[in-house]
Ligand binder design. Structure first.
Ligand code: E4P
Length: 217
């Protein structure tokens, strides 16, 4: 499973990128707001740092305007994936941009039927939002499993990009189901390294090591 960093914070991306933990980046209007940066500038900077796809989201609601915004975002760098919402206008824009050879990430997906439409429209990525479904007592992970089954039934090449990930468990479950990509806040990716028994084990090793009186360096 590929890891995308779900952030527009340059420092956080750089740290994970240096560790080889970042296969791409996703942003959205809320993350751009949080970064306090200009969308074109920060997207260019991220796309220059990271080799993989960097999603940048359109904000127009009509297809023609979305297409124009998408083309402008795609001009930033060859690794830009234009993010469009899963609306009828978004699907039209997805079809047009995909035909032009631009990667498209169809976002705000909350049902298997929506994911099926995105694949038919030629999406490179479909972004089902796990956490926001969990928030309303619908099992977000079940949606990932449904989309995996449907895409596999028909050999769709659209990559399942598990989004709205809130915990390390979400990462594990998405990987077990076979999501192609998971996009998560850097804090969640870092939490994947945590285990209470690792901490306890290390504590014991350090105490015993001190008793040996030895040094490695
Ligand atoms: C992904 O592309 C989305 O921007 C993101 O995962 C949304 O996450 P949230 O529901 O935690 O805002």
């Amino acid at each position: 499973m590929k890891f995308f960093a779900d952030t527009a914070e340059i420092d956080e991306i750089a740290e994970l990128n240096d560790l080889g933990m970042v296969d791409g980046v996703t942003t959205n209007p809320s993350l751009i707001l949080k970064s306090g940066r200009d969308i074109l500038e920060v997207t260019r900077e991220i796309a220059g740092m990271v080799e993989g796809p960097v999603s940048a989201e359109v904000v127009a609601l009509e297809a023609d305007d979305m297409l124009a915004e998408g083309r402008k975002l795609a001009e930033i760098a060859p690794n830009i994936a234009v993010k469009v919402p899963l609306t009828w206008a978004g699907l039209k824009t997805c079809k047009a941009l995909s035909a032009e050879g631009t990667m498209v990430n169809v976002t705000l997906c909350f049902s298997a039927n929506q994911a099926l439409l995105a694949a038919k429209a030629g999406a490179t990525f479909i972004s089902p939002f796990i956490g926001r479904l969990d928030d309303i007592n619908i099992d977000g992970m079940e949606l990932i499993a449904d989309i995996r089954a449907i895409y596999d039934n028909y050999g769709f090449e659209t990559q399942i990009l598990a989004a709205s990930i809130r915990s390390a468990n979400h990462m594990k479950d998405a990987a077990l189901i076979g999501a192609d990509v998971a996009t998560a806040p850097p804090s969640v990716i870092r939490k994947m390294a945590d285990h209470i028994l690792t901490d306890k084990g290390l504590e014991v090793f350090m105490k015993d090591w001190a008793k040996t009186g030895q040094k490695i360096l």
